[in-house]
Ligand binder design. Structure first.
Ligand code: HEM
Length: 142
């Protein structure tokens, strides 16, 4: 199921209902009935506003959770300099080393952040070290 599909369908339904009540309000000569439809229309609009806030929240969360695809040029921008995050690629996977004490300032034993350091990593570390790092994306296949 696509993201927010249920909420979007519900939102469409609320909008349809609100429009229908709006039409009743225009056509109904009876004051009491008009007031009743106004109440119903207001309920639908309030529900629609609530659904929009849920959709917005879900989309924001999804955006931040989503993995990015990086070209080597894009990766180079994440070198830890001037407050930028420090990312490093190993075997096509991009990791965030910004908050790792061993990577202060975006450098680590001569290796600089913003690069593919697969070779250096393999000559210095075992796989387990990567489990400590936050994965932020993958390198684009070009
Ligand atoms: C030139 C090759 C490298 C050498 C000689 C090297 C050496 C070291 C050493 C000695 C430590 C321990 C530092 C300490 O405890 O203060 C360390 C930690 C670490 N290194 Fe490297 N490293 C190399 C390359 C890399 C690369 C390419 C990565 C990429 C991910 C990496 C990721 C880490 C991490 C995440 C830690 C912290 C581990 C922990 O928190 O226990 N290293 N490295």
């Amino acid at each position: 199921m696509k993201i927010c599909e249920k909420e979007i369908m519900e939102l469409e339904k609320s909008c349809r209902m609100a429009r229908m009540y709006g039409n009743y309000i225009k056509k109904t000569p009876c004051f009491i009935e008009r007031q009743r439809y106004q109440m119903l229309m207001l309920n639908e609009l309030e529900h629609a506003a609530y659904l929009i806030s849920i959709i917005r929240k879900k989309l924001d969360e999804n955006f931040f959770r989503q993995e990015r695809e990086f070209t080597l040029e894009e990766l180079a921008g994440f070198n830890g300099a001037d407050g930028k995050p420090a990312y490093i690629a190993i075997d096509g996977v991009v990791y965030d080393v910004s908050n790792n004490p061993a990577w202060g300032g975006g450098t680590h034993f001569g290796v600089v952040a913003g690069t593919d350091a697969t070779m250096e990593f393999k000559s210095c570390h075992k796989e387990q070290v990567l489990a400590k790092l936050q994965r932020v994306g993958v390198l684009k296949n070009i």
